[in-house]
Design a binder for this molecule. Structure first.
Ligand code: C2E
Ligand code: CA
Ligand code: CA
Ligand code: CA
Length: 281
């Protein structure tokens, strides 16, 4: 930075310069990776409780890095959000997972009703082109919009309420369903559940972890399931790892479950094999 006089404000110091350079480099790297086709989508099964029947999959992005190997989203989604590259990356995930699941609908016997859940980041949600982009992907992939779930987080709902409500209505008018992800970890103002057009609550793993051992957590999970039922919303429990958690959530009447107990996220070939075995309807 320029040496500033004692009273002059320094508006752009070395650290800020370094940050800006780093951001530009990160963005360029992610852009290059996207153009080079290094991103891929893994799918994690979502099952009906209590039967365990496979009813859907959640699309989870991965980066097959040429030097660093297979990277999980926690290592690059925050950067993609900061640099804005989440918009084209998120669009790619949406298009790729709709294309894949539409192919399964056509080609795998009895997989015609499989749902696909796709994560939307706040920045993607606020992007002016979102509704048009989703409409175009639905049309081009030929997927039944009723089989598509868009997952948004609770904190997103607290931002610009009116704009958010109208975007959600426009998305639902396309025929897709809306899920609130990580439910219970955000602001927890319950009034928004009435005001926002949503279909599904996903109970965060943090509440599921100790439901079989901590009575307070079990009570909270039960309250969320009952809330969902009262509002005619489906409930999905995420991060189910044990049989105890499974039977408890089934007993509570939670609609769906997701977690390592049933299956880890996996590449499309593995999921297709599962679909062919389970012959779900
Ligand atoms: P999320 O949406 O809450 O996704 C669930 C995460 O929990 C996934 O991690 C999944 O692998 C993990 N998980 C599922 N069941 C279990 C379990 O039984 N035990 C444990 N320990 N973990 C379980 P993953 O794939 O690393 O994704 C992390 C986060 O990255 C996601 O959390 C989501 O917020 C974000 N993400 C992933 N793909 C995308 C994407 O395409 N777009 C956006 N915007 N975010 C994404
Ligand atoms: Ca999610
Ligand atoms: Ca989640
Ligand atoms: Ca989460």
């Amino acid at each position: 930075a320029k040496t500033a006089g004692r009273d002059r404000a320094v508006v752009f110091d070395d650290a800020m310069y370094a940050d800006a350079v780093q951001d530009a480099e990160a963005r360029a790297q992610l852009e290059r990776a996207l153009a080079a086709g290094e991103f891929l989508v893994h799918y994690q099964p979502i099952v009906d409780l209590p039967s365990g029947r496979l009813i859907g999959v959640e699309a989870l992005v991965r980066w097959q890095h040429p030097e660093r190997g297979l990277l999980g989203p926690d290592t690059f989604i925050p950067l993609a959000e900061e640099t804005g590259l989440i918009v084209p990356l998120g669009h790619w995930v949406l298009a790729e997972s709709c294309r894949q699941v539409a192919a399964w609908h056509r080609e795998v016997p009895d997989a015609g009703r499989l749902r696909v859940s796709i994560n939307l980041s706040a920045r993607q949600f606020q992007h002016a082109g979102l509704v048009g982009d989703v409409a175009a992907v639905l049309r081009e992939s030929g997927i039944d919009p009723g089989r598509v779930v868009l997952e948004i987080t609770e904190s997103l709902l607290m931002r610009d309420t009116d704009a958010t409500i109208s975007t959600l209505h426009e998305l639902r008018a396309l025929g897709v369903h809306i899920a609130i992800d990580d439910f219970g970890t955000g602001y927890s103002s319950l009034s928004y559940l009435r005001r926002f057009p949503i279909d599904i609550l996903k109970i965060d793993k943090a509440f599921i972890d100790r439901i079989a051992t901590d009575p307070d957590d079990a009570t909270l999970a039960e309250a969320v399931v009952q809330l969902g039922r009262a509002l005619r919303l489906q409930t999905v429990a995420e991060g189910i790892e044990s049989l105890d958690q499974h039977s408890l959530l089934s007993a509570l009447g939670c609609t769906y479950g997701q977690g390592y107990l049933f299956a880890r996220p996996a590449g499309p070939a593995h999921i297709e094999a599962l679909l062919r075995q389970s012959r779900n309807s």
